[in-house]
Design a protein around this ligand. Structure first.
Ligand SMILES: *[C@@H]1O[C@H](CO)[C@@H](O)[C@H](O)[C@H]1NC(C)=O
Ligand SMILES: *[C@@H]1O[C@H](CO)[C@@H](O)[C@H](O)[C@H]1NC(C)=O
Length: 232
């Protein structure tokens, strides 16, 4: 009995060694920073999370209002049941410039800066729900403010509040060509949809267009086995 167990453990140990020696095929980091969207969409099919996609821009009052009053509470309440994909671009324009990109944003260059910070936060935080909560925090602290220092202050404040320790990476990304590339990709994603107004919110398997004024209720509608918060 004990002998058999030892042999079995030996074999297991050997197998683990072999598995660890194999190259990790899933973990290649691509050279160019991509948005997480397509990876995540495939994931949804397995987990049955409700996908929610939000096209927005950081200094648009309607977007700010949506983040604070609707998105924030919905993510807090329903985090395990949703997959939030943020697309911070809105009605901006992109053009190539010296090997990178420049942007024109509806609410001026400060908004472009804000969009880049949001894009870089999503990229660095690597968890859509956490990134959404983080960007809700940024929205709360940059409301009706419009200069770069405010974004810097908000970034540090939210970083402390949420123990996000990649604040300097987010800032560096935002002010360099990495952030520009992320924003350019979000621009392409936005232009495929051509939203007339922002925030433009889609949800559910078919990504219907939606804005009812209560995201929590809309998500609850989509969940087959209702969690406690949806039972009212
Ligand atoms: C992602 O973030 C949410 C919200 O902070 C957290 O509840 C969840 O466990 C995180 N997921 C992973 C895979 O770390
Ligand atoms: C949204 O709907 C939920 C569920 O019906 C409700 O608990 C919540 O108070 C509503 N929020 C707003 C802002 O109306």
């Amino acid at each position: 009995m004990t002998k058999a167990l030892i042999v079995l453990l030996g074999i297991l140990f050997y197998l683990i060694q072999i598995l660890q020696a194999l190259p990790d095929l899933n973990n290649h980091r691509t050279a160019k920073p991509e948005t997480l969207q397509s990876k995540v969409a495939q994931h949804d099919l397995v987990t049955k999370k409700v996908p929610i996609k939000i096209y927005y821009e950081t200094l648009c009052p309607a977007s700010v209002d949506f983040f604070i009053n609707d998105l924030g509470p919905a993510v807090e309440l329903l985090e395990p049941h949703i997959n939030v994909l943020l697309v911070p671009y809105g009605h901006a324009e992109t053009w190539p410039s010296r090997g990178s990109y420049k942007f024109n944003c509806q609410h001026g260059s400060d908004e472009c800066h804000g969009n880049r910070i949001h894009a870089c936060a999503i990229h660095e935080i690597q968890n859509n729900s956490r990134a959404a909560i983080f960007n809700v925090c940024l929205m709360t602290h940059t409301l009706r403010r419009d200069n770069r220092m405010d974004f810097f202050t908000a970034l540090n404040l939210c970083g402390n509040q949420m123990s996000v320790n990649s604040i300097s990476e987010i800032w560096n990304c935002a002010v360099t060509s990495r952030g520009a590339l992320l924003l350019k990709n979000y621009g392409e994603e936005t232009k495929r949809v051509r939203p007339r107004y922002v925030p433009h919110v889609t949800y559910g398997e078919e990504n219907q267009i939606f804005y009812s004024g209560n995201l929590t209720a809309a998500i609850c509608d989509q969940i087959k086995i209702k969690p406690q918060v949806c039972q009212y």
